[in-house]
Design a protein around this ligand. Structure first.
Ligand code: GTP
Ligand code: MG
Length: 697
C-alpha cells in the first residue's frame, strides 16, 4: 500500500536542492485524462534534468510517481505524485495527478498549490472527459494554463487536426509555441528563435506571428511600438506582457512532446523555466478572511519576510508512521523552528522536520519560502485544506474551497467482524479527511452506513486500503437511493393536540399553510400569527415539530425539501400549553397539510457522458433507455470513437460499470455528475410508500 516513507523499489540518484528565491520557483500540476502520459512525462523531465539516471516505465512499475503497489498493478496513477527538478537555475515542482475519472477530486485538490495547470492531451485520443473537467477546474481557480500534446511519436496521429480541435473546444487563445516536424521526431521552437524549417503542419513564421500578436494585445503601448518598430520585439521586451497574457488566459501555449522518445522535452523545460509564471508572476492565491457569506478576499504576497501563510492541500494517513501534511507556502518562510497555528487554533505546533517529496521519498530540508511545496510529519491536528500561519493576524484565513464533483457512487457497508464498528468509523474518518470526493453518510431511514465516491474503482481502492492498512474487512451491498420528498401544490393543515393524563395536561392547536418552493430552495418557515393566539415562545416549538417531519419524511421516510410553511393561527391554554404540546401540534398539522398537497418522491438525476467506439452506439442507447435514461446528443471523436451525452436516474445506474465494459469490450468509460432532482414514476412511488410506516410520536 501507498506509504510515502517506504524505500523505493529501484533506488535512483536524488540530488539535494539548493536554496532559491520565489522568483526561481515554478509550480506545475500535470493534469488530463488517463493515459495521456503524465506520469511518463514526469519521468522524461526528471531524467532530462539529471534527477534520475534514466526514465522509469509504467509497464515495469519503475516510475517515481506511481510507486504504490496498486498503481503498479493497475498501470494507472491512483493518487497524486509530487517531485521536482532543476533547470536553468529554476526549481520546478511537478505534481502528477491521476487521470481516471474516479480520481478527479485528487487532481482538482492540488490546483490551489500551483500557478500553472499543464493540461496533457494524448495525441492519439484527443480531448477526453477529464481533459475538459480539469480545464474547467483550472479556469475556475484562475490558473495560468498550458497544453502539452504528448505521444507525438505515435502512428497515425494528426496533430494539425488535433490543434484545430483544441482551438475549437478551448478557444483561439490556444496557440502552438512550437511545432512538430519530421513526423513527430523533432519539434521546432516558434517563439524564442523561430527557424525556417519545414514542420508537420502550419508554418513556424505563422505560429510565431500569431503568438506575438496575441501577447502584444494585452498592452497598448507595446502594441503601438510593435506596429511602429520595424524590427522584431526581443523576448525580453515580451516577458512581462507574456506573463500578463497567461494570467488573463489571453494566451494558452500549446507545445508538443513525446514523453517516450524524449522529443520536445528540452523545449518544454525551456518553456517552463523561461515563460511559465513564478509565484509573483502568477495569479494570486484566492485567500479570504472570515466565514461563509461574510468572507472577504484578502491579498497575500509571496514575500519571504511576511507573516508565514501556507495551505495544506493534501494529507496522507499511514497507520504505522502517522500523518503527513503536504502544504504550499504562499507567504513568509518555514523552518524547523517555526511555530505554526492550524486554522484558528490557539496552540501552535513546532515544525521540527521539514521535507520535500520525491515520489515516496522524503528529502529533509532546512527551510522553505514562498512557492515551496513541503511536507511535515506527525502533526495530528493537521487536515486537508487547513491554513497554517505564524501570527493571529491571519486567524480566519481560508483559501477559497475547491469545487469537487459530488460523489454519487455509493456502497452500503457493515463490518464483517462484530465489534469492528469503532475501528471502521475511525478508519473511514481518516479516509474522508484525505479525499475531497469521498464521503461517508449515515442513512437513518435504511439504517445504513454508505460510502460515496466518484466510481466503482474509487471505492474498490478505498476498500482495499481499509482492509490492508486499517485491518477492517467490510461487507458491501448497493445502498438505498437518496430519495427526497416534496409537495406539488398548496394546502392547509390543522391539528389540535389535547392530552389529559392525571396530572398536568397538554394543549396546543396549530393552523398552517404549505406551498411548494422552487427546486433547490430548501425550507422556509414563516410566522404569520397575529394577536398572540400562539404565544411567541411556542413558535420555535411548532417549527421544531415541522422540522422533525422534514427530516423523517411524510410519504416514504426520506427528507423533505422545497417547502414553505406559514403558521397563521392557533390556540393556547394558559396552564396546559407547553413546548411538547406545540411541537406535536406543529408536526401533526404539517403531516395533515402534506397529505393534501399531492406529495411526490424525488430522485437524483445525473448527467452522463459515455466515451466508446461508435459501433457500440446502438447497444449503449438501448441499455440506457432500459435504465430509464435518455440520450441528448453525441459527438464523433477521432479514431472511430464517440462521446454520448444523456441523462439517467442515479437509481438506474446500478451495475453500470461492468455492463458498459461488457458492451464495449472493455473500451468504454463514463462520467456522471448530479443534474437535478425529479419526481419518480408513480409505480416506484407506490412501492416506496408501501414500505414506509410513519412514526406516530
Ligand atoms: N507512444 C507513446 N506512448 C506513451 C508516451 N507517453 C506515455 N506513453 C504510454 O502511455 C501509457 C500511459 O502512460 P502514463 O504515463 O501512465 O499516463 P498517465 O497520463 O499518467 O495515466 P493515468 O495515470 O491513468 O492518468 C503507458 O503505457 C506509457 O508507456 C509517448 O510519448 N508515446
Ligand atoms: Mg499517471
Amino acid at each position: 500500500m501507498r506509504s510515502p516513507w517506504a524505500a523505493p523499489s529501484t533506488p535512483k540518484k536524488v540530488r539535494s536542492m539548493p536554496d532559491y528565491n520565489a522568483e526561481d520557483v515554478r509550480n506545475i500540476a500535470l493534469v488530463g485524462h488517463s493515459d495521456a502520459g503524465k506520469t511518463t512525462l514526469v519521468e522524461a523531465l526528471l531524467a532530462a534534468t539529471g534527477v534520475i539516471v534514466e526514465p522509469g516505465n509504467i509497464e515495469k512499475g519503475t516510475t517515481v510517481c506511481d510507486f504504490d503497489a496498486l498503481e503498479k498493478k493497475h498501470l494507472h496513477s491512483l493518487d497524486v505524485g509530487i517531485t521536482g527538478c532543476e533547470t536553468q537555475g529554476k526549481h520546478v515542482n511537478l505534481i502528477d495527478t491521476p487521470g481516471l475519472p474516479d480520481f478527479l477530486g485528487r487532481g482538482i485538490s492540488v490546483l490551489p498549490a500551483v500557478e500553472t495547470a499543464a493540461i496533457v492531451i494524448n495525441a492519439r485520443t484527443g480531448i477526453e472527459p477529464v481533459t475538459q473537467r480539469m480545464w474547467k477546474a483550472a479556469e475556475a481557480r484562475n490558473l495560468c494554463r498550458m497544453i502539452i500534446v504528448n505521444k507525438i511519436d505515435a502512428k497515425g496521429v494528426n496533430l494539425g487536426e488535433l490543434t484545430a480541435q483544441i482551438q475549437d473546444t478551448f478557444g483561439t487563445e490556444c496557440l502552438p509555441i512550437n511545432l512538430p516536424a519530421d513526423g513527430g521526431k523533432r519539434v521546432i521552437d516558434c517563439f524564442f528563435q523561430p527557424g525556417g524549417d519545414a514542420t508537420d503542419f502550419s508554418s513556424v513564421a505563422e505560429a510565431h506571428s500569431r503568438i506575438i500578436d496575441q501577447v502584444v494585445e494585452v498592452e497598448e503601448e507595446l502594441m503601438e511600438l510593435y506596429l511602429e518598430q520595424d524590427e522584431e520585439l526581443a523576448p525580453e521586451q515580451l516577458h512581462a506582457p507574456f506573463e500578463k497574457a497567461l494570467r488573463e488566459a489571453h494566451l494558452i501555449p500549446i507545445c508538443f512532446v513525446s514523453a517516450q522518445t524524449g522529443t520536445g522535452i528540452p523545449e518544454l523545460l525551456d518553456i517552463l523555466a523561461r515563460l511559465m509564471p513564478n509565484p509573483p508572476e502568477g495569479n494570486p492565491p484566492l485567500y479570504v478572511k472570515g466565514e461563509g457569506a461574510d468572507a472577504e478576499p484578502v491579498g497575500v504576497s509571496p514575500d519571504p519576510e511576511g507573516h508565514t501563510l501556507a495551505h495544506v492541500f493534501k494529507v496522507i494517513n499511514d497507520p504505522f508512521r502517522g500523518k503527513l501534511g503536504i502544504f504550499r507556502i504562499h507567504q513568509g518562510r518555514v523552518t524547523g523552528d517555526t511555530q505554526l497555528f492550524i486554522g484558528d487554533a490557539r496552540k501552535a505546533f513546532k515544525v521540527n522536520h521539514l521535507s520535500r517529496l520525491h515520489g515516496n521519498q522524503q528529502i529533509e530540508v532546512k527551510a522553505g519560502g514562498p512557492g515551496d511545496i513541503l511536507a511535515v510529519a506527525r502533526v495530528e491536528d493537521i487536515h486537508r485544506d487547513a491554513v497554517l500561519h505564524d501570527s493571529h493576524d491571519e486567524d480566519h484565513y481560508h483559501l477559497r474551497p475547491i469545487e469537487c464533483p459530488v460523489p454519487l457512487f455509493g456502497l452500503a457497508i457493515t463490518p464483517t467482524k462484530h465489534g469492528d464498528e469503532q475501528k471502521l468509523t475511525d478508519a473511514l474518518h481518516k479516509l474522508e479527511s484525505e479525499d475531497p470526493c469521498f464521503r461517508v453518510e449515515h442513512n437513518a431511514a435504511a439504517n445504513e452506513t454508505v460510502m460515496r465516491g466518484l466510481g466503482e474503482l474509487h471505492l474498490r481502492v478505498l476498500l482495499r486500503r481499509l482492509a490492508e492498512q486499517f485491518h477492517v474487512e467490510v461487507d458491501t451491498k448497493p445502498p438505498s437511493i437518496a430519495y427526497r420528498e416534496t409537495i406539488t401544490t398548496l394546502a392547509e393543515g390543522h391539528h389540535r393536540h389535547k392530552k389529559q393524563t392525571g396530572g398536568a395536561g397538554q394543549f396546543g392547536e396549530v393552523y398552517l399553510r404549505i406551498e411548494p418552493l422552487e427546486r433547490g430552495q430548501g425550507f422556509e418557515f414563516v410566522d404569520a400569527v397575529v394577536g398572540g393566539v400562539i404565544p411567541g415562545q411556542f413558535i420555535p416549538s411548532v417549527e421544531k415539530g415541522v422540522r422533525q417531519v422534514l427530516q423523517e419524511g411524510a410519504v416514504a421516510g426520506y427528507p423533505m425539501q422545497d417547502i414553505q410553511v406559514t403558521v397563521y393561527d392557533g390556540k393556547y391554554h394558559p396552564v396546559d400549553s407547553k413546548d411538547i404540546a406545540f411541537a406535536t401540534a406543529g408536526k401533526k398539522a404539517f403531516q395533515d397539510a402534506v397529505d393534501k398537497a399531492r406529495p411526490v418522491i424525488l430522485e437524483p438525476i445525473v448527467k452522463i457522458r459515455i466515451l466508446a467506439q461508435d459501433s457500440a452506439m446502438g447497444d449503449l442507447a438501448g441499455d440506457l433507455s432500459g435504465r430509464r435514461g435518455r440520450i441528448s446528443g453525441s459527438e464523433a471523436k477521432s479514431l472511430g470513437r464517440i462521446a454520448i451525452d444523456g441523462e439517467v436516474p442515479l437509481a438506474g445506474l446500478e451495475g453500470y460499470e461492468s455492463r458498459l465494459k461488457s458492451m464495449t469490450g472493455g473500451e468504454g468509460t463514463y462520467t456522471i455528475e448530479l443534474s437535478h432532482y425529479e419526481a419518480v414514476p408513480a409505480s416506484i412511488q407506490k412501492q416506496l410508500q408501501d414500505a414506509f410506516e410513519r412514526s406516530e410520536d
